[in-house]
Design a binder for this molecule. Structure first.
Ligand SMILES: [Mg+2]
Length: 421
């Protein structure tokens, strides 16, 4: 059976979502002025998470400190990140997509694949259907998306990345030579900066150049496993199915993807703090706690990695989740691969109110203090909205908790190693 896949990608998601809320409230449209999403401008410690097209003209880059962005463009309008808004907008557009096909794979907070195979009777004209989905999201939710259409996930995703915003593109088999082979090789999905450099050194400049090489040739440049993937990708071949995974009802997760990559540990830690803050707020809001904290990352060659830690005592404390995530992240990341996406998930959930007595009872006083801070922040947020307050970094408290977790993990590892021997 011939497959048909749509890839739907929200244009500048965080910025569009904030902009559409402001437009609804009768305020200026952030998409039309130099603007960005980034933490509290007064603190000037936060980084740019997303930017408008007019801000791009000032050479403002995702991941750079707000203070630097302001030097490039003093009139830059800033909005604080609001992950609960993003969550709502994400769910809303996925819901619309699900009304067209039952098989929807959410690929990140602002991207999903739709398996439209075998639906010719209901939707005889796929391009018309794609326009309908795009226009419905725009009119009902107030933000724009790109829709890519192809016979597999790779081609659909490549197509949605063509001209933006608010566009529908196709990349069918017969269009591959014209629309895909002419692109620079760095545009091929899964080709990161390092791979592109290696390929260019071997005179592979376009995806078409790559498609002409033999499997052995490509493998000799980038290695066997990745070489095989690139061999097929360059020809537009991808057999991976659209996975319709039910949302994890039991866990809590927040993730964020970046248009430009995150490249330094300092930036990454700041992003982790804002994610930890958001996911912790949600779990507390539900009166739950987690026994397992996991961090996941996607590097710019589209490799996903994750790392998790089980805890003896369930937690819902922001600084604790942040500090565990940081340890996990530092173990997970090689320190140089550019990052496309970062996320934290809290699993193994408990709703029992009484916390198991801690063996580290000395630290309980500190935990109480952390809880009081969390409670105060949550109250403010529940009254005035999630954007009212954001966390600062490097407080004395965070440093103390960091030391505690590093030591605990070290001990655990030692005892695990000991028991294996
Ligand atoms: Mg997007």
């Amino acid at each position: 059976m011939k497959r048909l896949v749509f890839h739907i990608d929200v244009n500048s998601a965080f910025l569009s979502w904030e902009a559409s809320r402001r437009v609804r409230d009768g305020k200026d449209d952030l998409r039309l002025i130099p603007s960005c999403i980034g933490g509290n401008p007064e603190k000037r410690t936060s980084i740019v998470l997303a930017k408008s097209i007019p801000a791009k003209k000032y050479n403002i880059r995702t991941g750079e400190p707000i203070s630097m962005a302001l030097r490039k463009c003093p009139d830059l309008v800033m909005a604080e990140p609001d992950f609960s808004l993003y969550d709502k907008c994400s769910k809303a557009f996925i819901e619309i997509c699900k009304s067209y096909t039952p098989v929807v794979e959410q690929f990140s907070i602002d991207e999903c694949f739709l398996d439209m195979s075998g639906m010719e009777r209901i939707y005889p004209e796929p391009i018309k259907t794609a326009y309908e989905i795009k226009d419905r999201i725009k009119s009902e939710l107030g933000f724009t998306v790109n829709v890519g259409i192809g016979s597999n996930k790779l081609c659909a995703k490549m197509a949605s990345d063509f001209e933006k915003p608010d566009k529908v593109h196709t990349l069918f088999e017969n269009e591959i030579p014209d629309k895909m082979w002419t692109l620079p090789v760095s545009e091929l999905i899964s080709v990161g900066k390092n791979t592109a450099v290696k390929l260019e050194k071997s005179y592979v400049r376009t995806i078409g150049d790559l498609a002409k090489l033999s499997l052995q040739n490509i493998q000799s440049i980038v290695g066997n496993k990745f070489g095989e993937q690139l061999y097929y990708y360059s020809k537009g071949i991808d057999e991976s199915p659209v996975l319709d995974v039910p949302s994890k009802a039991k866990g809590y997760s927040v993730e964020t993807s970046f248009e430009d990559n995150i490249t330094t540990r300092e930036q990454a830690h700041k992003v982790l703090l804002s994610i930890a803050d958001s996911v912790a707020f949600r779990i507390r809001d539900d009166g739950a706690k987690a026994y397992c904290v996991a961090v996941n990352i996607r590097t710019n060659d589209f490799r996903n990695k994750s790392h998790q830690r089980h805890l003896d005592i369930a937690t819902d404390i922001t600084t604790e989740i942040y500090s565990i995530s940081k340890v996990l992240f530092d173990e997970l990341w090689d320190g140089h691969s550019p990052l496309r996406l970062m996320g934290i998930s809290l699993n193994d959930i408990t709703r029992e109110g009484n916390e198991q007595m801690s063996l580290f009872s000395a630290s309980d006083k500190n935990k109480d203090k952390e809880r009081k801070i969390d409670k105060a922040v949550d109250n403010l947020r529940n009254r005035f909205g999630t954007a009212i307050i954001s966390r600062g970094l490097n407080s004395e408290n965070t440093a103390r908790i960091d030391r505690k977790h590093k030591a605990q993990f070290e001990n655990k590892r030692k005892s695990n190693n000991g028991s294996k021997q």
